[in-house]
Design a protein around this ligand. Structure first.
Ligand code: BTN
Length: 248
C-alpha cells in the first residue's frame, strides 16, 4: 500500500510533498489537503481552493527515466487524470496542452509537475505531481471571474464524489502511466494523449514570458511533448511554455 498523508490544511500540497520526498518518502506517496492557503498553478498563478470540495493533492514519483523525459511528466499525468475521471464518471475529458483537463471547453482539473534539483544524483531524483480537481463545488463556490471558465465533476454528472476515492483512482492511473512510460517510452502515451487534444486544429495564441504573443493553428505536441503551431506565414513554431488561449 502506498502511503497517504491527508491534512486538513496546508499552504500547498506540492511544497509538503517536496519536503517529504527530500526526507526519502517512497515512490507513490500521496499528500492531500482539504484546504490550501497558498495553492499554486502553472506560471506562478494562484490555484483557487474551495475547502473540502475539491481534490488538492500531490504524488511523489521516483521514475526510472532520463532527465530529458522529466518535462513530459505533465502530459503523462494529464492523460492519467483524464483516464481516472473516465473511470469515475464515464465522461471523456479533453486535454489542453500542457496541463489542463477540460469538459465541454471548461477547466475541471490542472497539473503542476515539479522536479527535484537537476543536480541531485540519479537515485535521489524525484518529481512531485500536483493535481487540483474541481469535484463537488457548485459554480457559485468560485469567484465571479472564474465562473465562466471552470466546471466540476458535480456539475458535469449531478453526483457528489468521495474525495479520497477520487485520489486513489487518480494515483493508480498516474503510477500506471509512469510505469508504462518506463517500459515503452513516451510515444504510445503521446498518441493516446493526442486523441483528446483540445487545441488541435484550432486558432490559438501563446503569450510568452516577455508578453510577446505568437498566433497560429495548433498542430499538437511533438515527440518531446513540445507544442507546435503553424503561423499565418506557414512557419512551424515550437512553444515551450507560456499562457495558451484560443484566438479571439
Ligand atoms: C494549473 O492548472 O495551473 C495547475 C494547478 C495545480 C493545482 C494543484 S492543487 C494541489 C497541488 N498543490 C498546489 O499548490 N498546486 C497543485
Amino acid at each position: 500500500m502506498y502511503p497517504i498523508y491527508h491534512h486538513e490544511s496546508l499552504d500547498s500540497t506540492n511544497i509538503e510533498a517536496k519536503r517529504l520526498a527530500e526526507e526519502g518518502a517512497i515512490h507513490g506517496t500521496g499528500v492531500i489537503a482539504d484546504n490550501q492557503t497558498g495553492g499554486r498553478g502553472r506560471l506562478g498563478k494562484k490555484w483557487h481552493t474551495v475547502g473540502g470540495k475539491g481534490l488538492y493533492c500531490s504524488i511523489i514519483i521516483r521514475p526510472e527515466i532520463g532527465l530529458e523525459d522529466y518535462p513530459k511528466l505533465t502530459l503523462v499525468a494529464g492523460l492519467a487524470v483524464s483516464e481516472a475521471l473516465y473511470e469515475l464518471c464515464g465522461l471523456r475529458a479533453q486535454l489542453k496542452w500542457p496541463n489542463d483537463i477540460f469538459f465541454q471547453g471548461k477547466k475541471c482539473a490542472g497539473i503542476l509537475a515539479e522536479s527535484s534539483p537537476l543536480s541531485l544524483e540519479e537515485k535521489e531524483r524525484f518529481a512531485v505531481i500536483g493535481i487540483g480537481i474541481n469535484v463537488n463545488q457548485a459554480l457559485l463556490d468560485f469567484p465571479a471571474d472564474l465562473q465562466q471558465t471552470v466546471t466540476t465533476l458535480y456539475r458535469e454528472t449531478g453526483k457528489k464524489f468521495d474525495i479520497e476515492t477520487v485520489f486513489v483512482s487518480v494515483r493508480q492511473q498516474v503510477l500506471f502511466y509512469i510505469e508504462n512510460m518506463e517500459k515503452n517510452g513516451f510515444r504510445p502515451i503521446l498518441s493516446e494523449w493526442c486523441k483528446y487534444d483540445y487545441l488541435l486544429g484550432k486558432g490559438m495564441e501563446c503569450v510568452d514570458v516577455e508578453g510577446k504573443v505568437i498566433k497560429g493553428v495548433a498542430l499538437g505536441p511533438d515527440e518531446n511533448g513540445v507544442l507546435r503551431l503553424r503561423t499565418a506565414g506557414g512557419d512551424v513554431v515550437e512553444v515551450l511554455s507560456g499562457d495558451i488561449r484560443l484566438a479571439r
